[in-house]
Design a protein around this ligand. Structure first.
Ligand SMILES: [Zn+2]
Length: 161
């Protein structure tokens, strides 16, 4: 970010480390939790560390769905990016990384409509599973906040548009 004449803080919006695309989307503990939540859906606790690993990760754990790998990657990265921008520009910080996973689920559900009909159902199903996985993990981590966050997610997510 600094290299591109970025004027703002060069620290990550989620932690105290230096921000880079690599850190934001993969290295940051927030990103790792989002990937881990998605990993729980496809049955792995392994977390990808680069964009290219995402493809081999999906290839290994979600074989046969090649056409939707990019939409999955885009949904995760776009959700992280939006949360990062809200934190950076509006000082509106996430309460938990699972909020990002809920956003990812919402994007997947929304973008399912742009897939071929035979893939659309799979993307929708994936979105549902991701939402369930995030809710489950959220309950395990923070029992008291789970309900509030879920409600917020249902009501507020498209207001940003
Ligand atoms: Zn970070």
């Amino acid at each position: 970010m600094k290299k591109r004449q970025w004027q703002g803080d060069t620290k990550c919006s989620f932690c105290s480390e230096l921000e880079s695309a690599q850190h934001l989307f993969f290295g940051c503990s927030v990103a790792k939790i989002v990937w881990r939540t998605l990993g729980a859906v496809i049955g792995t606790s392994y977390v990808p560390k680069t964009i290219w690993q995402v493809y081999s990760w999906l290839y290994a754990f979600l074989p046969g769905f090649y056409e939707i790998y990019t939409v999955g990657l885009a949904a995760v990265c776009w959700s992280i990016w939006l949360a990062r921008n809200r934190a950076t520009f509006e000082k509106n910080f996430i309460n938990t990384p699972f909020e990002i996973a809920f956003t990812t689920s919402a994007f997947l559900d929304y973008w399912a409509g742009m897939q071929k009909p035979e893939m659309a159902d799979n993307v929708k199903k994936g979105a549902q599973l991701l939402k369930r996985s995030a809710a489950q993990m959220l309950r395990l981590c923070e029992p008291s906040r789970a309900e509030a966050t879920e409600r917020e997610e249902n009501e507020g997510i498209w207001d940003e548009w």
